[in-house]
Ligand binder design. Structure first.
Ligand code: UD1
Length: 432
């Protein structure tokens, strides 16, 4: 086991390049199961969630060839299994995309109920309702989702999302892409990775329109062919570096981004007194003076993303005045608060509301990551805190951030990875 050790309180400077989007990659890789040919997928992030989903595809019988660190070729032509091994799929939330992909390919799927970060109850009822609307019979037995299309064929249908769910929208698209007839998804989620999945599928011969709006139309096609596709940059990774500069101060150029995807984040940072300049595929972020308070409400895209809530909270801990956060998506997304308090932050939580009274400085402490974005937020706070911050359980963070330590070192941060003796690591994990 390993931990991060950060000597904080130093401004950041230089240039950092953003990797491919995790939440797009974990949907696009399973989508390759629908393709009768070889898919070349470029700009995949080198993170443990991607390693895991590629392993699952291999276990199903797909040919997976890593061309280089960021490019993979997937050949799903000879897959014969629609059953996903339990021990792998339980490790990640996004394994639910295997249900839509296998159902779309075989008219049948058997996938263990998904795992992933504990952000409260994470139901998949909207996913299952979408499959049912397309004609599948769905049941959950002994921890597995069983989905079967009678006669092996799904048919197009009207699907109304009770809630604009990212995962359910993408899963409905995956299942519908090779169904007979047209599917209309209303009240669809609009996140950038939904558009990316639609673009990937269309490159392989699908007929999907409206992705990025709240009505998506999928005209079923008989088959998909191979092709090449490059994944979009990660909005949340870029946002995390924006937050790091906001908290620690400095002047950094963040390259390989789509600035439009960052507007919902940069608007708030500017309110806090941070300067953000947009260029074609990069942004420059400068923070020199004091931070001002603000209020945040997390919402589906294009609102402020819930996956940036812990990182912005780290910044608000150091802003002048009192800020209020309203978590609008997840019921249990403040598990980092007790760790922040160890750094000297003043935060009170009541249900979905957190009230943060800014303090003049944070001071280093020993922390433990409790989920992916909470862990990233602890790194942001540690970079700003004076003294030494240690962060354990970093496997959560490595699920979603490629070369975090190297990238931060490139910005002048004093952060390194240190081995934790086996016994200490086990104690930390049990306590978590
Ligand atoms: C995805 C992201 C996650 C992000 C979230 C919201 C991936 C792999 N994960 O998660 O990082 O925090 O979007 O931007 O892309 N809901 C239901 N029933 C369902 C599905 C969802 O009630 O069947 C509710 C959830 O409890 C939650 C809300 O809908 O309150 C949004 O969830 P959803 O958009 O589905 O999140 P995920 O796709 O799981």
């Amino acid at each position: 086991m390993q931990k991060y050790v950060i000597h904080g309180g130093k401004p950041l400077s230089g240039t950092v390049s953003i990797s491919g989007a995790k939440n797009a990659a974990v949907a696009i890789i399973p989508a390759a199961l629908l393709v009768d040919g070889v898919c070349r997928i470029e700009n995949i992030p080198q993170i443990s969630d991607v390693t895991l989903i590629l392993r699952i595809l291999q276990e199903l019988g797909a040919g997976v060839h890593l061309v280089n660190r960021h490019t993979v070729e997937i050949d799903s032509r000879h897959i014969a299994s629609f059953r996903v091994p339990d021990q792998l799929s339980r490790k990640m939330r996004a394994s639910y995309y295997l249900i839509g992909s296998l159902l779309g390919r075989f008219g049948r799927a058997m996938v263990s109920m998904p795992g992933g970060c504990d952000l409260g109850t994470r139901p998949i009822d909207l996913h299952l309702k979408s499959f049912q609307a397309l004609g599948a019979e769905v049941s959950v037995e002994s921890g597995y989702v069983h989905a079967t299309a009678p006669n092996g064929r799904l048919h197009g249908a009207g699907i109304y999302m009770d809630q604009a769910s990212v995962g359910a929208t993408m899963n409905a698209m995956l299942a519908a892409v090779r169904a007979d007839g047209t599917t209309t998804i209303e009240n669809a989620a609009k996140e950038p990775h939904i558009v990316d999945l639609a673009n990937f599928l269309n490159t392989m011969g699908a007929d999907i329109t409206g992705a990025g709006t709240d009505v998506i139309r999928v005209r079923g096609v008989k088959s998909l062919h191979g092709g090449a596709y490059s994944i979009i940059p990660d909005q949340i990774e870029a946002g995390t570096y924006l937050a790091a500069v906001t908290a620690a101060g400095g002047d950094v150029v963040i390259q390989n981004v789509i600035p439009k995807h960052l507007d919902c984040i940069t608007a708030k940072l500017e309110e806090m007194g941070v300067q953000v300049e947009e260029y074609g595929d990069s942004v420059r972020v400068v923070r020199r003076g004091a931070l001002r308070r603000t209020n945040i409400k997390t919402m589906p895209y294009p609102g402020f993303p819930t996956d940036m809530q812990p990182q912005i909270a780290a910044c608000l801990c150091l802003a002048e005045g009192t800020s209020v956060i309203n978590e609008g998506i997840w019921e249990n997304r403040y598990r980092y608060v007790s760790e922040f308090r160890r750094l000297g932050a003043h935060i009170q939580v009541d249900g979905k509301i957190a009230v943060i009274e800014g303090v003049e400085r944070l001071t280093g402490a020993s922390l433990r990551a409790c989920d992916l974005r909470a862990g990233a937020a602890m790194v942001v706070a540690g970079l700003a805190a004076e003294g030494t911050t240690e962060i354990g359980c970093i496997h959560y963070i490595e699920r979603g951030y490629e070369k975090l330590v190297e990238k931060l070192q490139g910005l002048g941060a004093d952060i390194r990875v240190v081995d934790v003796p086996e016994e200490d690591g086990q104690q930390a994990d049990q306590a978590g």
